[in-house]
Design a binder for this molecule. Sequence first.
Ligand SMILES: [Cu+2]
Length: 205
Amino acid sequence: MKKIQLIIALCASTLMLAQDNNTTSYTTNRPDGHAPISVMGDHTHNKGEWMVSYRFSTTTMEDLRRANDDVTNESVLLPNGGDYMVTPTDMPMNMHMIGAMYAPTDRLTLMAMGMYMDMTMDHLTAMGGMFTTESSGFGDLSVSAMYKFIDTDSHKWHAQIGLSIPTGTIDNKDVTPASMGNEVILPYPMQIGSVLMMPLLLLLT
Ligand SMILES: [Cu+2]
């Protein structure tokens, strides 16, 4: 599937309770002191600083590929010599992310991030019908700590360690043509959370 992603970077409403007026070094108080909006854990904070962020991103997946070739949706269906009774045609997804950061010391920054997602998947059936399934809910919660090793005007090194906690919804249901009007558990791509507790480890320079 081809993935089209648009990240609307209006967000990042930044709440700084501590101010640093030194504009000659790269601090998070400068617009260019941040990595692109979708890069998480790119910066640390100074002691006592809080930051709250909201990020919205929308992604649409569409079209099919088999090996290196683009193929049509119809060609993968049984009546046309394909293998499937149903094929997805497109899948728009919206993601809202809320993040909070706090630095109890100059070297240590704590971060928590949660998200809410809604997505739909449009389908084409072997009989030529179309249907749509929808799901929405909260995703997994991530908590992490960043430790700053080096912070000079020209060099910054910090490491991030954390956990992704499987708090997201994994039982989203909807009606499909095969479910005879009942709501059934949707397949994996339409679920939002995971079942795994995942470690996060990152070293940034
Ligand atoms: Cu921050």
